[in-house]
Design a protein around this ligand. Structure first.
Ligand code: GA4
Length: 327
């Protein structure tokens, strides 16, 4: 069993398992092979900023290969995993999330996606080539699916050209990132009665769109508009799509970036893989003109670089868009 390095229990936050206050709503489900999927996506992005996709076209062999490579990687001794530390924030991380004091019951590997042959050069372990191949195959397939989703969203919003959003992910300079999160079971930390240890604290994703897949372990929760939290039943054969802060701005607030968090499981390990589709650093993040119909922008103009700098000066749970809203 993998245990995270020296947990100082007081560092971790706990969440009381409060009973649901609202009727448990269904997580929106979008079948990518259905003709009306674009309309369902728009509705889900407006209501939840979150939905699940099936018939996604990502080959199962890519998914299971990466899952088994990642499992092997996280089972290595700490001193081996540590060797893959890169220039912050990239590489291997353990408990510490971001530079400003956030911690979670999690270890992870954070990678840039657009480094060509240089990609993952720092990976160590028993068979780094096979891990690299699995990562590259998975990331390309998931990026393709993310672009299809963004093109369907553009169609659903009746904006042209339909690649207005997907081209930002396809750009050679796109600042997209990829994250493997491993949440070991936390049986050695005694959860207070009826409470859970936080694996990854509440936050919104800064990018345009995030595509998440996990093994069959629960833990992911999303926050609804009324502030209540609902648990997302795990489904290892599907993907979950999150609206990020940048897409909230590009739709002038019509879509909301979804606040989410992960609770650690006391029995099972959770492994998740997340592709965060982001724009090039120099890209201006502003509402798409064709969506404005005479409206005022809710946001000041800023570049993705400026937003990223500000994000890395924030704590995980902060409302990062607040600084960019017009008063
Ligand atoms: C949240 C989404 C992605 O995991 C991430 C995270 C990043 C990090 O772990 O380095 C951040 C976090 C995330 C938002 C605020 C800042 C930056 C940690 C943190 C405290 C890779 C990202 O892009 O933003």
């Amino acid at each position: 069993m993998v245990v995270l390095s020296k947990p100082a229990i007081e560092q971790f936050s706990y969440i009381r398992n409060n009973k649901p206050t609202t009727l448990f709503p269904q997580i929106p489900l979008v079948d990518l092979s259905k003709p009306d999927s674009k309309h369902q996506m728009i509705k889900a992005c407006e209501e939840f900023g979150f939905f699940k996709v099936i018939n996604h076209g990502v080959p199962m062999e890519f998914i299971s290969k990466l899952e088994s490579e990642a499992t092997k990687f996280f089972s290595l001794p700490f001193c081996e995993k540590e060797k893959t530390e890169e220039t912050k924030p990239y590489g291997y991380g353990n408990k510490r999330i971001g530079p400003n004091g956030d911690v979670g019951w999690v270890e992870y590997l954070l990678l840039t996606t657009n480094q060509g042959p240089n990609l993952l050069r720092f990976l160590s372990g028993e068979n780094p080539d096979s891990f690299r191949l699995a990562l590259n195959n998975y990331m390309s397939a998931v990026k393709k699916m993310a672009c299809e989703v963004l093109e369907m969203i553009a169609d659903g919003l009746k904006i042209q050209p339909r690649n207005v959003l997907s081209k930002l992910l396809m750009d050679e300079q796109s600042d997209s990132v990829f994250r493997l999160n491993h949440y070991p079971p936390c049986s050695d930390v005694q959860p207070l009665n009826g409470s859970n240890v936080i694996g990854f604290g509440e936050h919104t994703d800064p990018q345009i769109i995030s595509v998440l897949r996990s093994n069959n372990t629960s833990g992911l929760q999303i926050s609804l508009r009324d502030g209540s939290w609902i648990s997302v039943p795990p489904d290892q054969n599907s993907f979950f799509i999150n609206v990020g802060d940048s897409l909230q701005v590009m739709t002038n607030g019509r879509f909301k970036s979804v606040k989410h968090r992960v609770l650690a499981n006391s029995v099972k390990s959770r492994l998740s893989m997340i592709y965060f589709g982001g724009p090039p650093l120099s890209e201006k993040i502003a509402p798409l003109p064709s969506l404005m119909r005479g409206e005022q922008s809710l946001y000041k103009e800023f570049t993705w670089f400026e937003y990223k700098i500000s994000a890395y000066n924030s704590r995980l749970a902060d409302n990062r868009l607040m600084h960019f809203e017009r008063i």
